[in-house]
Design a protein. Structure first.
Length: 309
């Protein structure tokens, strides 16, 4: 049976939601299936194993790097006599401040954070990154730098880690783009419009609890408001704001199923200041009130502290 890990088990500073560690696993020391409420970036330093992700199995090996989103179930299977060395980097989306992305103009260079993690399961893991040579070395240096800063916690460590993480995500996005080009022509190669929609959708997923406005998103991704509204509606059948509402309500459903928190609290956690508006929207999109939804879904809760691997 799967268990759920929470950010509070690892991240002790609300202003700095980050945690990183190196792990060694073998056949006798492999965590069971689990999910979590944070983002997990995994880098395979050494060895090979099976990664069980959302019910599907994929072979992983040294140099592989992938992101596990909140509430995705995964585990590892390691054969007897084999070992796996990994680095786990855990963080919440707010660690990467939107103001940085806007001021530096790097949102369009973050596709490994906004686009790749939200591809369908098969496409996502068949096109995962496997780094070699200098690419692998550069990635490992950044991760080990974050481990060192997080362990020593000297003056300015949190700022340095944020900078290193953004650098890492930009590099991984570059490698991802290069890998996509090197894979050759595809019959359904993604159009620029589809890429814009994927980027915005990924942003909405990452920052669902923040205030969203179309102008701010357009500024972030360097596109016009008119263009975004037209493209997004054509590709998804929804406006940007409608898509944000659907994502938020899906997050609220998880909280209603798994916690005893009041509806007013859940409304705030998914980005709504007005609980009455949240309840009306929930009724319209789900077909019942938040309270009725909770009554029909048994909570699944487990405790304890486990390694997030």
């Amino acid at each position: 049976m799967e268990f759920k890990l929470t950010s509070s088990q690892f991240m002790k500073e609300a202003a700095f939601p980050f945690w990183i560690r190196r792990y060694f696993h073998d056949h006798a020391n492999t965590p069971s299936a689990h999910r979590h409420d944070f983002i997990e970036l995994v880098y395979i330093v050494y060895g090979e194993a099976e990664h069980v992700f959302e019910g599907e199995c994929y072979n992983i090996r040294a140099g592989d790097v992938f992101i596990i989103n909140p509430d995705e179930v995964h585990a590892y299977r390691i054969e007897p006599g084999k070992r796996l060395e990994i680095i786990n980097c855990l963080f919440l989306p707010e660690l990467i401040q939107e103001s940085w992305l806007r001021e530096l103009g790097i949102s369009q260079s973050m596709d490994y954070f906004y686009v790749h993690p939200f591809l369908n399961t098969t496409e996502r893991f068949h096109h995962r990154l496997n780094l070699r040579g200098q690419d692998a070395s550069r990635t490992l240096v950044l991760l080990e730098g974050m481990i060192q800063e997080n362990d020593r916690r000297q003056s300015g460590y949190s700022t340095l880690i944020r900078i290193q993480l953004v650098e890492l995500l930009i590099l991984l996005s570059r490698y991802y783009g290069q890998q996509d080009v090197m894979s050759g022509p595809k019959p359904q190669r993604e159009s620029e419009h589809q890429l814009i929609v994927r980027r915005i959708s990924g942003y909405l997923e990452r920052y669902y609890d923040k205030k969203v406005s179309v102008p701010s998103i357009c500024e972030l991704f360097n596109v016009s408001t008119r263009q975004v509204n037209r493209i997004f509606k054509k590709e998804t059948g929804m406006t940007v704001i409608e898509a944000a509402h659907h994502i938020r309500i899906d997050k609220a459903k998880i909280l209603l199923e798994e916690t005893d928190e009041k509806v007013i609290t859940i409304a705030g956690k998914v980005g709504y200041d007005d609980p009455a508006f949240f309840s009306r929207l929930f009724q319209r999109l789900v077909g019942c009130s938040p309270g009725k939804y909770r009554e029909h879904h048994l909570p699944a809760r487990t405790g304890g502290h486990h390694s997030p691997t």
